[in-house]
Design a protein around this ligand. Sequence first.
Ligand code: PEP
Length: 253
Amino acid sequence: MRRKLVAANWKMNLTRAGSVDLVAALRKQLDAEAPRCDVVVCPPTVYLEAVAAVASGSCIGVGAQNVFGEPKGAFTGEVSVEMLSDIGSSYVIIGHSERRHTIGHHEDDAMLNAKVRAVLSDGRLVPIHCVGETLGERKESRTERVLTYQIRAGLIDVQLQSSQGIVIAYEPVWAIGTGQTATPEQAQAAHMHIRKELRALYGRIGDEIRILYGGSVTPENAATLFAQPDVDGGLIGGASLKADSFLAIVRAT
Ligand code: PEP
């Protein structure tokens, strides 16, 4: 039985005070409610330590939005797995579409695979590995091919001891920040395809790996998306920036 997970991606938003206030508001409510799912917040890296201090001892896990694939060295501006772990991170998003596709980043599958391997060989963080097709790829009926490629290339030489070692996020690029949410049927079809790939790679472990849906999830559409058999929670952008809407999504699990 897969326990659902709802993760907040705050992206490059909020101030230090705003980040601390938001996690404090979430903590206050979630401490009282004891949610039936796992909850993770991914603040900007510079505020991660402050957010982790507020979340410490609660049910809220803290994650980073990016990591570099080498343990140390002359990599100006990058942060390592160890550095993120040192400041209180226990998850890290890898391969978000804003890093795969946005001008200036263009992270390819080989680079993302290096990041996943660096995280797993260190063993302290759980990667949330993002995959998803562009609108053009969907229109050309290439969604499944793209997902197969991104899963297989991203997980080359990745051995898993347990299904808890990694989380996959299906985030169709056309749905992120656009208000154009995938229908529950579209999400389920993509998740089922990803599940098939994970099963082929990891056997029974693949059945238990959590697959999150991300892309314009709101309090209004969350419950129907989360009710799909292979949708194990969500990666939430815009709606995670306000305590009320994020809590409503957590409750929708
Ligand atoms: C995201 O950035 O991961 C995301 C899903 O954003 P939004 O919820 O705003 O579409």
